[in-house]
Design a protein around this ligand. Structure first.
Ligand SMILES: Cc1ncc(COP(=O)(O)O)c(C=O)c1O
Length: 466
């Protein structure tokens, strides 16, 4: 059936139209000019099919987002029903719609602590923007308008709006040809245990990171800091799992100094680590705000949410006839998106996809861990269905392979040739499959990746690189 449907597409024409007219996110012009795009036309479960009818296991889960898997009829039907019943309402000021109201209540029920309030957006980047504007608004309304600095970390990714790109800081993201918001964001070291200083224990590394934050607070003055933003486990910055106790200790410092703790769970929420939200269930932290997108609708339709606490809400909604929260978007609380999110959450709960992610994810961790024995594998890390393999030239020194080897792309291409999509990212290949993955698929992914790494290793030897 997949094969037949993909025959409806003219692969070459699509490739050309895309090549000639679509400026992709994160285009690398030199390679795009030559290679263009992989044109995908269908998806079912964990698999996608390209315009030539080739089928792949989607180890990327779209872009960390197709948590419930492709081709869910009941999500498509929900979308159609809501579009026919009421395709749009504004939610500005005092108008709402049923799915937006119901979803807000559902998110309040699922989120930890007193995170009982929701502001909607249409992308993770806009949820980040909302959180930072909300933090400024909150600090000002509680009588501390000087608090405007944002504390973030290196290796973080918080989206690609003007503000998102200023808040995040991954190697290679900042380009001299773009501009960034000046004098707003201060970046701490990345909680990247694999590349911590030689001989430092994980506990000492955690101490170092927390001390650095304490020193930064002293240097800037707590009275000037609005918020700290962190992905509980850094995703696009290299799937970095923080050292023990790091997040609770960062939370403590935030609380002590009146700094809001914003957990960017745009990747980790809705099951990827085996929980609806990772902050509390995985890392023992209740933030002041949690941001989610991606898995909220499993990528079926754009939607993001900034979920924040009763304490913040009490301050921002305190009586004041002149106070307006002048923030929000045309599509905040879009009824079709919210209806899809409700259906998606219903599926995640009904099929216990968090439980499956935990079981299959533990097995994926174990099986991928076996790749550590390979000569160019420096590290295999991550948690459950958020994993990566980091390649090195020298395992002892952790020296990286030269950029010209394009190692992650080479390996991802070899995987693609064998029907597996993994995401190349600098010196890493990343995996974030749908939560419906099976144990047998874990074996397929591990063995395919192993074959691709061995092939690349032979090539590097032949080239005299290793
Ligand atoms: C942790 C994190 N925050 C924010 C974003 C931005 O989300 P979006 O691309 O929907 O704007 C992403 C996207 O990958 C992300 O991984």
């Amino acid at each position: 059936m997949l094969q037949q449907a993909s025959n409806r597409f003219n692969a070459q024409e699509l490739w050309q139209q895309d090549h000639d007219h679509f400026l992709h996110p994160y285009t690398h012009f030199d390679s795009f000019r030559k290679d263009g795009s992989l044109v995908l036309v269908e998806g079912e479960g964990c698999y996608v099919t390209d315009a030539n009818g080739r089928r792949y296991f989607d180890g990327i889960g779209g872009m960390w987002c197709v948590n419930a898997g492709y081709g869910r009829r009941e999500i498509a039907e929900t979308m159609a029903e809501q579009a026919l019943q009421l395709c749009y309402t504004t939610t500005f000021v005092d108008v709402t719609n049923a799915p937006a109201a119901r979803l807000a209540a559902k998110l309040a029920q699922l989120a930890p602590g007193s995170l009982n309030h929701v502001a909607y957006a249409t992308s993770g980047s806009c949820a980040v923007d909302t959180a930072i504007r909300l933090a400024h608004y909150y600090q000002s309304r509680r009588g501390e308008p000087s608090r405007r600095y944002v504390i973030s970390r290196k290796n973080s990714y918080h989206g690609s709006t003007y503000l998102g790109m200023t808040v995040g800081l991954r190697d290679g993201d900042q380009s001299e040809h773009f501009k960034y918001v000046p004098d707003l964001v201060h970046h701490l070291s990345a909680p990247y245990p694999y590349r911590r200083p030689d001989g430092m224990s994980l506990e000492a590394f955690s101490d170092f990171l927390v001390d650095e934050f304490a020193r930064k607070i002293k240097e800037l003055g707590a009275e000037n800091i609005a918020c700290f933003i962190a992905e509980p486990a850094q995703a696009s910055g290299g799937v970095c799992i923080p050292p023990p106790n790091y997040l609770p200790r960062m939370r403590e410092l935030c609380t002590k100094h009146g700094i809001l703790f914003i957990a960017d769970e745009i990747v980790t929420a809705f099951g990827r680590l085996g929980h609806m939200f990772a902050s509390q269930d995985e890392y023992g932290v209740v933030p002041d705000m949690i941001l989610c997108a991606k898995g909220l609708t499993s990528g079926y339709i754009p939607l993001a949410a900034t979920i924040y606490s009763d304490e913040v809400h009490e301050v921002i909604s305190a009586p004041d006839p002149d106070a307006w929260f002048t923030h929000g978007f045309t599509y905040s609380g879009h009824p079709v998106s919210c209806a899809v999110a409700l259906k998606n959450i219903e599926i995640i709960e009904r099929e216990d996809l968090c439980g499956n992610a935990a079981r299959v994810g533990d097995y994926l961790e174990k099986r991928l861990g076996e790749l550590r024995e390979l000569p160019i594998v420096g590290d295999v890390r991550g948690r459950r269905l958020m994993m990566c393999v980091e390649y090195v030239k020298d395992k002892a020194t952790r020296e990286k392979l030269p950029d010209r080897c394009n190692i992650s792309r080479r390996i991802s291409q070899a995987c693609e040739d064998k029907g597996l999509l993994v995401r190349p990212l600098g010196h890493l290949d990343v995996l974030s499959p749908p939560l419906t993955m099976t144990m047998a698929e874990v074996d397929f992914v591990t063995e395919t990746l192993r074959g691709a790494i061995l092939k690349a290793t032979d090539e590097l030897k032949a080239e005299g690189v290793i």
